[in-house]
Design a protein around this ligand. Structure first.
Ligand code: URA
Length: 237
């Protein structure tokens, strides 16, 4: 399998210079009133997954079940995602999932104004979790990182490099519920991803793989991982 990997033009991003401990960040995010969705939501849907994921999946926005539970991808799309992740060999401690927008938009319509308001949170999550591999799920998630890569039909299933990390765009899992063709594409893209994964897995003994900040993580709070070799924190572009 030949891998197409290009260096992407960067979407403007301002990653925090000082990494914020997860517990503090989560508290702030849960109280967010930066946009009109704050008055419509039941819960701010922040993150689900490992304290130190090296693979971060990024979806679009929470749906009804996510709004009720406060956790991303717990509905039908989430079950499709979880099955694919488990089949790929990723272990629970390897990965996590979040969304571009943290509050449920009306009619589940992706809302660009909310995405712009949520952007600093996305960047803060990214800076604190410090994943080595980003997997965008769906058009709007890809658009948040590499809009020039669209359309997703072309980008999905092909690795690229962004901020010194691997970006692997995929279709949104919900799209597989509506189209057999997308279901096949989803499976093919996951097969490519599973082949790539062993080469991306961080070496736990590599120098610099220790946490930058060791924050105790009560109640499932997160501590950020260290910078492995070749994992320089992304710079402001
Ligand atoms: N779809 C998304 O993009 N995110 C979720 O959390 C659930 C469904």
């Amino acid at each position: 399998m030949t891998e197409r990997r290009r260096r992407l033009r960067l979407h403007p991003v301002s990653l925090p210079e000082a990494v914020v401990p997860w517990a503090a960040l989560e508290l702030e995010m849960k109280a967010c009133v930066r946009c009109h969705l704050a008055s419509l939501r039941h819960q701010v849907v922040v993150y689900r997954g490992a304290p130190r994921p090296w693979v971060l999946f990024i979806g679009e926005a929470p749906g009804k079940e996510e709004d009720a539970s406060g956790l991303p991808f717990v509905g039908r799309a989430g079950r499709i995602l979880d099955r694919a992740v488990a089949a790929s060999g990723l272990r629970p401690r390897d990965w996590g999932v979040t969304n571009v927008i943290m509050c449920r938009p009306p009619q589940n319509r992706f809302d660009r104004r909310a995405a712009a308001a949520c952007r600093p949170w996305l960047e803060a999550k990214f800076g604190t979790l410090d994943p080595r591999v980003l997997v965008t799920l769906g058009t709007h998630a890809l658009e948040a990182f590499a809009p020039e890569e669209l359309p997703i039909s072309r980008a999905a299933g092909h690795a690229a490099t962004i901020w010194g990390r691997t970006l692997f765009p995929m279709l949104h899992p919900a799209s597989t519920l509506h189209s057999k063709r997308y279901g096949e594409r989803w499976r093919d893209d996951w097969a490519r991803f599973a082949v790539l994964l062993p080469s991306l897995r961080p070496d736990p003994f590599a120098e610099g793989s220790k946490p930058r900040i060791c924050s105790a993580s009560p109640a499932g709070g997160l501590a950020p991982p260290g910078d492995g070799p070749g994992r320089a924190l992304p710079l402001r572009s």
